[in-house]
Design a protein around this ligand. Structure first.
Ligand code: FAD
Length: 453
């Protein structure tokens, strides 16, 4: 049964996140964007308001938010400032490998830390020389008694400069690729951890992004998220559960761009009328509205799948790919509706455009989402239609005709090269269309090819 209505708890959460976004995020967004700084006190307020760490299960004292709850909150916050929302959401990303880990004592230890105090945890797979190719991690983890010693550099780490803890992925052997990847929770104040200056960025400047150097960092084995060989899978499962939220970011930003554009189109005059009177503008708004709605549906579906025990990997990739592509188009058209003002810093669209651009890059680029989706479509997805060479594509004879029944001995042959159907006991010596010889023909009775799922 399909049901798109939100529960009263979800509506309350949406309202709470919306109020927080309008009261605490929106007023400071442009100031901190200009300063290229993360307002940590706002993150603290989000923590106190119960809008961070929501996915920690109830049995450990958390809110036990579903992924659907999470994407509803994320859309609201991202609508006010994607950068700040990235920093707020980053605790969910950093915590997800902990949630998925089988290390019970580790879960308890770090859940307690982030639930009882305002603590930030970031996530690190990427390095200066690799991002998409997670199996290509070079950061080395060397076993040493009851510890591992980490050496390497993590790069692009959101909240890395302000976080207390880090979910870090490393490898025991770079040559063995997937098989060597492992994961650890590392504390930032441990000896050997150092942080780079902020990486200067185009957008999402309210989120902190840095490099992290690990120089002989001793990590006790009890802090292991995943042993060697299981880290890659853990990272992929993490992304499958966090990518819907990136789609929700895109929906939030696109929704704001659309709302600002509608407002502007009702007030800006050209040729003696509001520009919203022009059909060209109305059609842009229709397209924006349609893209926001369709993107949200895909995001909700992916979150729903994760919440209901399905593997959300493909839906998560589709949601991220589609909504980030379409949302960029929405912001672009909003900028067009604002004309010259859209291109200035005096109006909100240029920031939305800069912030939005990142969604097609982090947590797996659009190209990587397409790789995941095409691998599924071409290798895993079960087609309903018969294979082309079995297709009963009868144009010359009616398959309903009594004379033409497979069990009455009428035989049809399909040329596998050009598709020509020949009727008779035997295939022709040569196809009359493509001139391929007899072996090119395959028998196709009228009802062949019904697939079982
Ligand atoms: C602001 C910001 C915040 C980030 N936060 C974090 C974080 O908190 N934690 C973290 O671990 N990482 C983080 N990242 C890193 C981010 O996930 C990577 O930048 C991203 O995965 C792409 O990796 P890359 O930059 O190394 O590009 P590359 O992997 O070098 O890719 C370069 C280009 O080649 C394309 N490409 C690569 N491989 C293929 C392929 N097989 N087929 C087709 N095209 C391909 C890519 O799509 C891209 O267009 C962040 C990045 C940014 C910019």
């Amino acid at each position: 049964m399909l049901n798109f209505s939100l529960t009263s708890e979800q509506l309350d959460l949406q309202q709470k996140a919306r109020e927080f976004a309008l009261k605490e995020i929106l007023p400071v967004a442009w100031y901190y964007d200009e300063k290229d700084e993360t307002p940590v006190p706002v993150l603290n307020k989000a923590y106190k308001a119960g809008l961070m760490n929501g996915t920690i299960p109830k049995k450990y004292g958390g809110n036990g938010h579903t992924l659907l709850d999470g994407v509803i909150i994320t859309e609201e916050m991202a609508a006010a400032c994607a950068g700040l929302c990235t920093s707020i959401f980053d605790n969910s990303l950093g915590l997800e490998p902990v949630i998925l880990s089988e290390n019970e004592p580790l879960k308890k230890k770090y859940y307690e830390k982030v639930l009882n105090d305002f603590k930030l945890i970031c996530f690190a797979t990427s390095e200066p020389t690799m991002g998409s190719d997670v199996a290509g991690i070079r950061c080395l983890a060397k076993e040493d008694g009851d510890s591992y010693i980490l050496n390497g550099t993590k790069y692009w780490i959101t909240n890395g400069g302000i976080a207390d803890y880090m979910s870090i992925f490393a490898t025991v052997d770079p040559e063995s690729r997937h098989k060597g990847i492992c994961g650890f929770v590392v504390e930032k104040n441990w000896e050997g951890v150092s942080v780079s200056p902020k990486i200067p960025k185009l957008g999402q400047r309210c989120s902190n992004t840095v490099g992290i150097k690990l120089d002989n960092v001793r990590v006790p084995k009890e802090n292991m998220l995943a042993p060697p060989g299981e880290g890659f899978d853990l990272a992929m499962k993490t992304f499958a559960r966090t990518r819907p939220a990136i789609g929700a970011f895109a929906v939030g930003v696109a929704r704001s761009a659309m709302e600002f554009a509608i407002d502007y189109s009702k007030k800006r005059q050209a040729f003696g009328v509001n520009i919203g009177n022009f059909q060209a503008i109305q059609h842009k708004i229709a397209d924006m509205y349609q893209k926001v709605e369709t993107s949200r549906l895909l995001v909700w579906k992916a979150a729903w799948e994760a919440d209901n025990g399905f593997d959300p990997t493909i839906s998560a990739s589709i949601a991220k790919l589609y909504s980030t592509d379409e949302a960029l188009g929405v912001v672009n058209e909003a900028l067009q509706i604002f004309g010259g003002y859209g291109y200035t810093k005096m109006f909100p669209i240029e920031k939305l455009m800069r912030d939005m651009r990142l969604f097609k890059i982090y947590e797996g680029t659009s190209e990587i989402q397409r790789t995941i989706i095409s691998a599924h479509a071409m290798n895993v997805y079960k087609p309903v239609m018969p294979q082309l060479e079995d297709l009963p594509l009868h144009r010359e004879k009616d398959p309903m005709d009594f004379e033409f029944q497979a069990d009455k001995g009428t035989i049809s042959w399909r040329c596998r090269i050009c598709g020509h159907i020949h009727y008779g006991e035997e295939p022709p010596e040569e196809c009359p269309y493509c001139f391929f010889p007899k072996p090119a023909f395959k028998k196709v009775p009228p009802n062949v090819g019904v697939q079982k799922n």
